[in-house]
Design a protein around this ligand. Structure first.
Ligand code: ATP
Ligand code: MG
Length: 572
């Protein structure tokens, strides 16, 4: 796929920085800035300099090839989308301040597309008329705009970023499932060809809606997403996973009220009572959007799943001190027995197995040990409200789950008829009736992927690009310039590599070797050919593999063939 390229370092627009930029916390953000790949133009807005652009084009090309292989058709729609469609879908109001809105000179409203469901539904609703034209999958690779609350981490969360977005239209669910499965496989291949270590995880489908969704997570400690996974192959975003906590069953003979002075947290209570935290029960007091107070009980070693609460309550927040007081709740000592009638109670499903609870006594300074469900208190409602964590049981095989962090690089959704219903997009079915399109949508964060790759491929000296994504594959580094022997040899090797279809940077700068080595390591080209005076006189050069630091002395006459073979084998 690679089109060969050649550039001299003296000409390359890749301004490097000596120091780590202050605003950058993550390796990818720091290194892409320092190595001269990107420049910040404003908060969340970046210029992709030539090196980044070359790597981005490689990612795009991989995405394009895998999309084309599924039969999806590439096209392009305007970034500016009319508010009219967004009103029809209901998202003009739902999307909130993340949607970048503008008006034209006639005061007509538009937004800069954060995703393009509306555009594509509008496009096909008048033109895909019959089931005979289905299924149909269309895609584009385009800049998207989201006025993120916290644009940060460089390309990982920009306000303008490159996305591949695809939309599929179907006559029935089976057809959607088939395309979804094809896309799922294609997304796996995209990650593999980009050399991203990833896991597909069950996802919450968030703003876009629909029922079935998978996120592809690049594994990275810097990732914002928390996942749980199992060796059996199960993996889920903690937000989407149904927790199966392991409890220690409480065997207290009777219900006792115990003075627990200064035990405001579960940890304090468990330590004080000499019981494990998972034998206790933790309470969260929240106020739902309509003002109703709720007390939520989960196993003591767990947190609540905030996304589950979003689904339950829409808007909600943890109760303030005033709200706790107004609802007659005692901070740190909330329990189900004789709880204030002003609040409603929900307990996590797992607590159905805990007949006797260690919990707050609704009295300052006191806990109950052995309060019995059904006798001392009643739980009117159970639900899946605890957040999954490492050590919980795998819902598929029952073994303990492990936890990891990830960067969401792409996501596939089965949308169903959400948008076609809202926007009145129908086709004529085989029986002659008008039916709404059944839809899927599929997004790849192309620019986020670039940063995710850097997160996975870096060391203390800089980036270590996999060949498949590297902006150039080889750096040729003569250790001095203007030398009668080195100059022609370096140029000869560089030109021959270029002729062999390899992408080459020739470091022709009149700089000290230390400066050249540091820059080449920072930029991370996969192979360096170092040409020194002494070895050149003996017809030898040194080949350094950036990722491993391995060095090899090779006859100058063989280096091109040797590297060309290695590199071509590693291309995407
Ligand atoms: P997140 O949860 O990280 O905000 P999202 O789930 O809202 O992302 P999608 O609507 O699924 O994002 O968009 C498809 C893909 O676009 C994501 O998988 C991600 O790779 C990329 N993406 C989304 N928001 C951004 C952003 N602000 N900057 C860079 N890439 C992004
Ligand atoms: Mg997503």
């Amino acid at each position: 796929m690679s089109s060969s390229a050649f550039i001299c370092m003296s000409q390359l627009y890749a301004p490097t920085l000596r120091e780590d930029p202050q605003e950058a916390e993550l390796a990818s953000h720091k290194l892409l800035l320092r190595a001269g790949f990107i420049r910040k133009m404003a908060s969340g807005l970046y210029a992709y300099l030539p090196l980044a652009w070359r790597s981005l084009r490689k990612i795009e090309q991989i995405v394009r090839e895998e999309m084309d292989a599924t039969g999806a058709q590439e096209m392009m729609t305007p970034i500016l989308t009319s508010a009219e469609f967004w009103h029809q879908s209901g998202r003009w109001d739902d999307y909130g301040p993340e949607l970048m809105r503008i008006s034209d000179r006639h005061d007509r409203e538009f937004c800069l597309g954060p995703t393009h469901e509306e555009t594509f539904v509008d496009l096909v609703r008048n033109e895909l008329r019959s089931y005979k034209q289905l299924p149909c999958t269309l895609y584009q690779i385009q800049d998207k705009f989201r006025d993120e609350m916290r644009p940060r981490f460089g390309l990982l969360r920009g306000r303008e970023f490159i996305m591949k977005d695809a939309y599929s239209f179907h006559a029935d669910r089976e057809s959607l499932q088939k395309t979804y499965d094809d896309m799922y496989r294609a997304y796996g291949k995209i990650c593999e060809r980009c050399r991203i270590e990833y896991r597909p995880v069950e996802a919450d489908s968030g703003q876009i809606g629909g029922k079935v969704s998978t996120e592809f997570m690049a594994l990275a400690d810097a990732g914002e997403a928390e996942l749980v996974y199992c060796d059996c192959g199960y993996a889920a975003d903690v937000e989407a996973a149904e927790a199966k906590p392991v409890l220690t069953i409480c065997n207290a003979a009777s219900c006792e009220k115990v003075l627990t002075p200064g035990c405001g947290t579960i940890e304090d209570v468990a330590n004080f009572l000499h019981v494990p935290q998972n034998e206790t029960v933790k309470a969260f007091a929240v106020t739902a959007g309509d003002g109703q107070g709720f007390v939520l009980f989960v196993p003591g070693d767990h947190e609540v799943n905030e996304v589950a609460l979003d689904h339950l309550f829409g808007n909600w927040h943890l109760m303030t001190e005033e709200e706790l007081e107004a609802n007659d709740l005692v901070k740190g000592y909330i329990g189900p027995k004789d709880i204030s009638s002003k609040v409603k109670v929900i307990a996590d499903t797992s607590l159905q197995a805990q007949h006797k609870w260690i919990c707050g006594a609704n009295e300052p300074g006191y806990h109950l040990v052995g309060a019995e469900a059904g006798a001392d208190f009643d739980i009117p409602r159970y639900g899946a409200i605890a957040a999954a964590q490492a050590g919980d049981l795998c819902p598929e095989c029952g073994l303990p789950l492990k936890a990891a962090r990830g960067i969401e690089v792409s996501q596939v959704f089965q949308l169903g008829t959400k948008y076609s219903d809202a926007m009145g997009a129908t086709f004529m079915a085989e029986d002659g009736s008008e039916q709404p399109f059944i839809m899927g949508c599929y997004g790849v964060g192309v620019s986020r992927m670039l940063a995710a790759i850097v997160e996975q491929y870096n060391d203390e000296n800089g980036i270590c690009w996999p060949v498949a994504i590297a902006p150039y594959e080889v750096a040729v580094i003569p250790l001095s310039v203007g030398d009668d022997l080195l100059d022609p040899l370096a140029r000869k090797i560089a030109y021959e590599l270029h002729d062999a279809g390899i992408e080459v940077v020739l470091d022709d700068r009149d700089e000290r070797p230390g400066v050249k080595f540091a820059d080449m390591d920072l930029m991370g080209f996969p192979y360096q050919i170092v040409i020194g005076k002494k070895s050149a006189a003996q017809g030898q050069v040194e080949v350094k593999t950036r990722a491993t630091g391995e060095r090899e002395i090779v006859p100058a006459s063989e280096v091109v063939a040797l590297l060309a073979e290695k590199i071509i084998a590693q291309r995407a």
